[in-house]
Design a protein around this ligand. Structure first.
Ligand code: GLY
Length: 396
């Protein structure tokens, strides 16, 4: 009797942790195709309505489309999503749209005032290079990589994130995402400087950004002279000691990607710990679309962040490829379940609505009071990436 109860309890616990996938692989593949076809239709509307000289980002407080020039950190995601839709549909209209919109980014390829060069150029030109092999795209990516490493601080062993006032040398967890382009730049050029900086940055972040429970601080501020940590803070989370959901997802994706690139087992360990932190968290909703912060004091009435769910899903699907069978299933299923939720009417917009973005209910910055419960171009980008990853990596 006692043993039966223990087994039952263990099964319930495992059920929670494993987030058993709600659909068979066959049905999930059908859902992924249907969601990609929907996304293609939705972005066809976006193509026609977004002003030609701008890059879609979100919805303004007055309900109109928020689109930017090349300077916003989000500017590369819309062309990147068009590349993903081209990959799926083979429809030349998406290729043309990706080329047209990413051309708007060209004036920014030498910028040294931002750390977001990977987001901006690897998501756009990087996908274009992967799909088309266009040699000119390599030049853009090398220029962006050279610009990014000017921000590397040898005393800190990390790339500086922001130049905003009020910080000494801030490094944010998001910056892990910019390292993928640097790893590519070393492979492409044969110059190890880019990957060396990426690895140092990842190691410094590993050392200073994480708490004992493997949640991460958003911002670590460093002394520019000594390289010592001055403060550990938040910018977009609930408070300095809380776990901002998108930050956790950037960390998961970033360390999984750095494991793929380096095969350093410490990065894999870190990614597994971050995944477990999220999936076991008492405040992770049953549908696996996190609140904007795992420690948001407004929970259960806190806003969700579909962008965090999309980044997490994409990261979990990749992580599942590098771990043993039992863990692999857990991460794969959780990634799939997050995609099932995002593909449901609770998060996926109706055709022609939501300013023609695909997903609803993301949060840019609650403390910053912007983009709260809105569509975000990067939620769409990582959702499309995760759907394609599911299709590519599902057991044949
Ligand atoms: N990199 C900024 C953000 O995740 O909001």
């Amino acid at each position: 009797m006692k043993t039966k109860i223990v087994i039952l309890l263990l099964a319930c616990w495992a059920g929670h942790v494993q987030a058993q996938t709600k659909l068979s692989q066959k049905k999930m593949l059908k859902l992924a195709d249907e969601s990609l076809r929907f996304s293609a239709r939705q972005y066809k509307h976006m193509m026609k309505t977004a002003p030609d000289s701008l890059l879609p980002r979100s919805t303004n407080p007055d309900g109109t489309l928020n689109a930017s020039n090349f300077s916003a950190w989000t500017a590369g995601f819309y062309p990147g999503s068009c590349w993903y839709l081209y990959e799926f549909t083979k429809d030349p209209a998406f290729k043309q749209e990706a080329e047209k919109r990413q051309a708007l980014l060209l004036p920014g390829q030498f910028r040294t005032g931002t750390h977001d060069m990977g987001f901006l150029y690897y998501c756009s030109f990087g996908n274009g290079l992967r799909l088309e092999g266009t040699p000119a795209y390599k030049d853009v990516l090398m220029n962006a990589s050279r610009a990014l490493i000017t921000r590397y601080k040898p005393t800190i062993h990390a790339i500086r994130s922001w130049d905003h006032k009020g910080w000494h040398c801030p490094v944010i967890i998001d910056n892990m995402m910019n390292l993928e382009m640097l790893m590519w730049a070393s492979r492409n050029s044969g110059d190890p400087v880019f990957s060396k900086i990426a690895v140092e940055h990842a190691n410094t972040t590993l050392k200073n950004h994480f708490r004992p429970d493997y949640s991460s601080y958003h911002v670590v501020d460093y002394d520019t002279i000594t390289g010592n940590v001055i403060a550990k803070k938040t910018h977009q989370g609930a408070n300095d000691t809380s776990a901002w959901s998108r930050g956790q997802a950037w960390g998961l994706y970033g360390y999984t990607m750095m494991y793929r690139e380096t095969k350093d087992a410490r990065y894999l360990e870190q990614a597994r710990h971050i995944a477990d932190y999220m999936l076991n968290h008492k405040n992770m909703p049953a549908d696996l679309v996190p609140y904007y912060d795992y420690d948001g004091p407004e929970i259960p009435n806190a806003v969700r962040d579909a962008s965090a769910a999309a980044v997490m899903a994409s990261g979990l699907l990749e992580l599942s490829r590098y771990v043993d069978k039992a863990e692999s299933k857990r991460y794969w299923n959780a990634g799939a379940d997050a995609l099932i939720s995002l593909s449901s009417p609770a998060y996926r917009a109706k055709e022609g609505e939501n300013n023609n973005f695909i997903l609803m209910h993301s949060t840019g910055s609650l403390p910053g009071n912007f983009e709260i419960d809105k569509p975000l171009s990067y939620a769409d980008y990582y959702y499309l990436e995760a759907l394609l990853r599911y299709k590519q990596w599902a057991r044949k």
